[in-house]
Design a protein around this ligand. Structure first.
Ligand SMILES: *[C@@H]1O[C@H](CO)[C@@H](O)[C@H](O)[C@H]1NC(C)=O
Length: 494
């Protein structure tokens, strides 16, 4: 009996210790990846948009010094570090610091994309964004400093079945750091702790599949708690979500990393993309959860697309290029209680390697913000699409509730409630949806947050939905409407 009791306590403690709640404001829960944005633009966005609209955080692109690839300046240069100095196309350390302070003040946390699996690949006369020289051929990065002795010997990854190769050889020729060495670990920990001193809330860690679990676990264990100077509660651990691409069939599993951090859930992205892209019936989403092969909610960084799979993910991945399906997929993610949710914010691209919109001198071009909230100047700003930012509001409004009254028509029309706080319906069919459904909401008139918004004067600029005293509402989503989704919640009663 006492043995069993001890066992139970041990299991319970083990589970608690492993779960890190993201350090987000209690009433907020969606992070936006502002891909390639400058610190000045992110600061402005926190103040005037993300804070007021209830976003919980921003994921930046890598901010440390990385190799300059002339003349094209592709986006992937950011994933080839030269040093851990904070200087990039997004700005310098002073600008970063100011941005973090401003964003924290309006309740928006900063999550930095950190790259420490490797350094830059081979390039003659390599220079970093801060002007530091490097000799990648000889694995010499004096601005850290790292030399040859800090790297694995050169070999290429021939088979993703072979965990040893995946973790010890070079990912596309990028010099592969040996994180088992004390010196290398120290340099990485120093960088992460510096970011914590500057007030960040956590990290998205790049290429984690290519590092040994024990090494990254050690590094995380030496990272400080978040800064109380920047408003975090004493003892709060950074939120760490790791890029471990595991779509099945490889030698390395995402679950090798979930005991000490969250993982970016690529299966989530694929399965939701498949359903709303017309390759799986929406009715099956009734059971969307771990039985689909996605990670448990508290370990999952849920997303529809990111900068990699919007380029290379194939036909299962939805992006801004298929806006109708994409908005539906995001609405599903933001209304389904699973994972920490990340929204993508892209720039327009026609070629895979194309870098961000830029000026003649290669500095990043300004984000043009239009009166209708959308963006110009080559920036897509999915997070500023009404159908997406209003669903961030929905997500916040229904927090803590469960899915109730899941309804489907046997095919691609579905609807469900979130407790007694919200209701959403999707029409993924080539026919009209016109049904009387239980909304679980108190009687009243509600403003559909997809077709419009509740205005300051209490009016609705979109469809109004009348809910009767038994909670029933007439739900109409025409097949040729701008959007195939409708959503209402308690905060948009008119
Ligand atoms: C590499 O750097 C380490 C640590 O700074 C140093 O002890 C070692 O002598 C260097 N090795 C070479 C080959 O330069």
């Amino acid at each position: 009996m006492s043995l069993l009791g001890g066992l139970l306590v041990w299991v319970a403690l083990g589970t608690c210790a492993a779960v890190v709640q993201p350090p987000l404001l209690p009433d907020r829960s969606a992070i936006v990846q502002l891909f390639e944005w400058t610190f000045k633009e992110i600061e402005e966005e926190c103040k005037n948009f993300l804070g007021p609209y209830g976003f919980a955080g921003v994921q930046t692109s890598p901010i440390n010094e990385y190799i300059v690839i002339n003349p094209s300046r592709p986006w992937y240069e950011r994933y080839q570090p030269i040093s851990y100095k904070i200087i990039s196309r997004s700005g310098n350390e002073d600008e970063f610091k100011k941005m973090v302070e401003t964003c924290n003040k309006v309740g928006v946390r900063i999550f930095v994309d950190v790259v420490f699996n490797h350094m830059s690949g081979d390039a003659p006369n390599a220079r970093g964004t801060g002007g530091s020289p490097a000799d990648p051929k000889n694995k010499y990065y004096p601005a850290v400093p790292y030399n040859k002795s800090h790297f694995h010997s050169t070999c290429s990854i021939e088979s993703y079945q072979n965990a040893h190769e995946v973790r010890n050889c070079e990912l596309v020729g990028l010099r592969d750091l040996d994180q088992s060495q004390f010196y290398v670990r120290e340099k990485i920990i120093e960088y992460l702790n510096h970011l914590i001193d500057l007030g960040v809330g956590g990290f998205r860690v790049d290429a984690v599949k290519h590092m040994w679990p024990a090494d990254v676990q050690y590094i995380y264990s030496k990272v400080k708690s978040l800064s109380t100077v920047h408003g975090f509660k004493a003892g709060t651990k950074p939120y760490i979500y790791q890029e471990v691409i595991d779509l099945g069939g490889e030698g390395i599993k995402a679950t090798e990393y979930t005991d000490f951090g969250s993982v970016v859930d690529f299966v989530y992205s694929r399965e939701v993309g498949k359903a709303f892209g017309g390759r799986n019936q929406l009715k099956w989403l009734r059971s969307y959860g771990t039985s689909w092969g996605i990670l448990p909610s508290e370990k999952s960084l849920a997303f529809i697309d990111n900068h990699d799979n919007q380029r290379d993910g194939g036909e299962d991945i939805l992006s801004y290029k298929r806006p109708r399906e994409y908005k539906m997929a995001n609405a599903f993610m933001l209304s389904w209680p699973h994972g920490t949710k990340r929204i993508m914010s892209s720039y327009d691209f026609t070629e895979r390697d194309q870098g961000p919109p830029h000026n003649k001198d290669n500095s990043i071009a300004p984000v043009i913000r239009k009166p209708d909230m959308s963006c110009g100047g080559g920036w897509i700003c999915e997070h500023r699409w009404r159908q997406i930012y209003n669903m961030v509001g929905f997500n916040n409004a229904v927090k803590g509730t469960v899915v109730k009254n899941f309804w489907d028509n046997g095919n691609n029309q579905i609807a469900y409630c979130r407790g007694n706080k919200g209701f959403i319906a999707f029409n993924g069919e080539n026919s009209n949806m016109d049904v009387l459904l239980q909304t679980c909401l108190p009687a009243g008139t509600y403003c559909d947050v997809i077709s419009g918004s509740r205005q300051g004067n209490g009016r609705c600029s979109g469809k109004s939905i009348i809910v009767d005293s038994s909670g029933m509402g007439k739900i109409n989503i025409p097949r040729d409407g701008e959007d195939g989704v409708l959503a209402i919640h308690l905060n948009v009663r008119v």
